[in-house]
Design a protein around this ligand. Structure first.
Ligand SMILES: O=C(O)CCC(=O)C(=O)O
Ligand SMILES: [Fe+2]
Length: 374
């Protein structure tokens, strides 16, 4: 018996026949919640070379001496940008066995935090402090910055296209979804984060996952992975499906923003990354891009009468989903609140250094939302 796999959709079909593609999106996103997207290069020239460059430069970055990587450590950034070593990020309270660079839209900070005393005009919401500049290895690997910017720009183009197609597959009024991703003010861009991650072979007997079971908190995740494997998706019956690598294809899933906007029609599916085994000949590399709304975006779920009727009928017949992760742990009506909680709980040390419970009652660890990973 062959093992289950994810649906494979094609960007060429999205371009040539959007209605057929919308049907495929409905079928896959209302069930398993993850797809492969093939055929990107044909409609996004430069995709393969940007992919190759991103992975080659990622490998070079991680091969730098540890002190150089630590020189751009995330704890130096009150905007949570930069490098963190193996075991320092947590998912559901457990350390992840990967090292990574956290990146986001590269902008000037737009708020001071802690805010000036009450009554001063610039007092602002704490989650807006997620906007700020990225950290790059400017002396040891200066080309990484351009590589990341180029790769990121292609992901943005693709994600803007996909969110329109996903919106059209959900509702006759797609603008109700698309508008949530559209900034009302240029200083508050879509808060699309990105990571460059390396999962080394675990040779010291350390227990744990590459990344523990979780549901993504953003809008759409566009994941590029090398040929190692290790990503698994939890099907509705609880079984884990291996997401076998496909060269130059993205693995795409919806996060809790789209789950929320779609009133649960497209659920955010639980997934995890297994630790890279000690027998692996090299580390696994992956580059997830998390397409998100601006931090001040207010999310209004679609009402049943705004959805395509066939989706409502399908949802009524659906069985209960088995998952290792509590549902809706990052659903908030203002997107930035969820982004803040997600970021501060996975990088607690950086949160304590710059903010901490005295000034911030919203962030940090949130054990109430964890359940034991299955
Ligand atoms: O590295 C991967 O394959 C997936 C990582 C992931 O799920 C995440 O960072 O949210
Ligand atoms: Fe994820």
């Amino acid at each position: 018996m062959s093992s289950p796999s994810l649906p494979v959709l094609s960007y060429a079909v999205a371009k040539a026949s959007p209605e057929q593609f919308a049907q495929q999106l409905q079928d896959s996103l209302s069930t398993v919640g993850f797809i492969y997207l093939d055929g990107i290069e044909s409609h996004l020239p430069g995709w393969r070379s940007a992919w190759d460059k991103a992975f080659a430069d990622a490998e070079r970055f991680f091969a730098l001496p540890q002190e150089e990587k630590e020189g751009m450590h995330i704890s130096q950034s009150r905007h949570f940008r930069g490098y963190s070593g193996v075991g320092s990020e947590t998912t559901q309270g457990k350390s992840d066995l990967r090292e990574q660079i956290d990146l986001g839209p590269d902008s000037l900070p737009i708020v001071d935090y802690p805010p000036p005393p009450v009554g001063t005009p610039s007092a602002s919401a704490i989650e807006l402090s997620l906007y700020g500049p990225n950290l790059y290895p400017t002396t040891s690997l200066p080309e990484l910055e351009t590589t990341i910017r180029d790769y990121r720009a292609l992901c943005e183009t693709l994600a803007n296209d996909l969110i329109r197609l996903i919106a059209a597959s959900l509702t006759p009024q797609p603008e109700l979804i698309v508008d949530a991703f559209t900034p009302s003010d240029a200083s508050r861009p879509p808060y699309s984060r990105m990571k460059i991650a390396r999962y080394p072979p675990v040779t010291d007997g350390r227990e744990g996952a590459g990344v523990g079971a979780h549901r993504d908190g953003g809008g759409l995740t566009l994941l590029a992975q090398d040929d190692t494997g290790g990503l698994q998706v939890q099907a509705w019956d609880g079984f884990w499906i291996n997401v076998t690598p496909r060269p130059y294809s993205l693995v795409i899933n919806v996060g809790q923003v789209v789950e929320n906007l779609s009133s649960g029609t497209y659920p955010s599916t639980t997934h995890r990354v297994l630790p890279t085994p000690p027998t692996a000949t090299k580390a696994r590399l992956s580059i997830p891009f998390f397409f998100c709304p601006p931090l001040d975006s207010v999310l209004t779920p679609l009402k049943p009468e705004q959805l395509h009727p066939e989706l409502v009928a399908a949802a009524q017949k659906r069985a209960e989903v088995v998952s290792a992760v509590v549902k809706g742990d990052l659903i908030e009506s203002v997107f930035g609140r969820a982004a803040w909680r997600g970021m501060t709980r996975s990088q607690e040390k950086t949160w304590r250094k710059w903010y901490g419970p005295e000034v911030d009652s919203l962030g940090g660890p949130d054990p109430k939302s964890w359940v034991a990973a299955a």
